[in-house]
Design a protein around this ligand. Structure first.
Ligand SMILES: [Zn+2]
Length: 283
């Protein structure tokens, strides 16, 4: 026969449960107030073995500069500042090529491996994203504005800007790269559907291409481009471009790109450091 529970003890237990429930509700209510930050993507996490060794700290929001129209250029930082390997991922540099945002959003919600600090800049060109234009609010193609082998161009589509690094968005990117010296920088574009092996370690870009299911090729050089500046200025580091296909990134492609980025974080590479698998004219 069950013992009757004293009423006072029952009331205390109910009060405790109510209290804990309220604490949990407050925690749930506060969490989304981290605001405009990346949202968790269930099912995109690490394997249990790797995840156990990974950092689960929430991303830290930093403003690394402001656009022509005053929009903040935001970076999300995952992993400790003491990490020996830093990786930079830029979601959008041409504002009308936004497919990379799906990748940076998912990337920000998963842990990074031990020894890695990951910097994510979803929108290097927030004015261009807002206006759905390739260029920034000055009409400058930021990927023609970097100082390495800069050349003036007044072309309406590929305008270089009046001088090297004239644009605040370019300056913000350069300051960040100088500050954190990423071992690898990945920048997303559209719509060529390939990986540009660029001028860093081709093996890093090639490994990414293998895992992402894209062709690895060398796009011909463009004056003032971001990757060439980074690779030239910081020898031994690798900056390369991923040209996503037109349209949004679907779930299967997203999973492939996240696997490819994990390989970047872990320092994987494949094949020759300097040889091009093929050569493709740049747009
Ligand atoms: Zn582009």
């Amino acid at each position: 026969m069950p013992c009757p529970r004293p009423i006072a003890r029952t009331a205390a237990a109910v009060a405790l449960i109510l209290g804990l429930t309220m604490v949990a509700m407050i925690a749930v209510a506060v969490a989304p107030a981290r605001g405009s930050g990346p949202r968790p993507s269930p099912g995109l996490g690490l394997s249990p073995a790797l995840g156990a060794r990974a950092s689960h700290r929430a991303p830290e929001r930093m403003v690394i500069g402001h656009s022509v129209q005053g929009r903040p250029i935001v970076a999300w930082v995952l992993g400790p500042s003491t990490a020996s390997r830093r990786i930079l991922v830029i979601g959008v540099i041409h504002g009308n090529e936004p497919a990379g945002l799906a990748i940076t959003r998912a990337l920000a919600s998963r842990p990074v491996p031990v020894g890695v600090q990951l910097w994510i800049v979803p929108e290097l060109n927030p004015d261009g994203v807002a206006a759905d234009t390739r260029q920034n609010a000055h009409g400058v193609d930021l990927n023609r504005n970097f100082p390495y082998r800069w050349q003036f161009s007044g072309d309406a589509t590929f305008a270089s800007g009046p001088r090297p690094a004239s644009e605040p968005e370019t300056q913000a990117a350069m300051a960040l790269v100088r500050r954190i010296r990423p071992a690898v920088t990945v920048t997303y574009h559209q719509h060529m559907d390939l990986v540009d092996e660029s001028t860093g370690d081709h093996g890093v870009a090639r490994r990414y291409a293998q895992l992402a299911g894209l062709a690895a090729t060398c796009l011909t050089f463009l004056p003032g481009e971001e990757t060439a500046w980074s690779n030239h200025t910081f020898p031994g580091t690798t900056s390369f471009v991923v040209e996503l296909p037109a349209g949004p990134v679907g779930p299967a492609a997203l999973a492939r790109h996240l696997r490819a980025l994990r390989a970047v974080e872990l320092g994987q590479r494949s094949g020759s450091a300097t040889g091009c698998d093929s050569v493709t004219p740049a747009l």
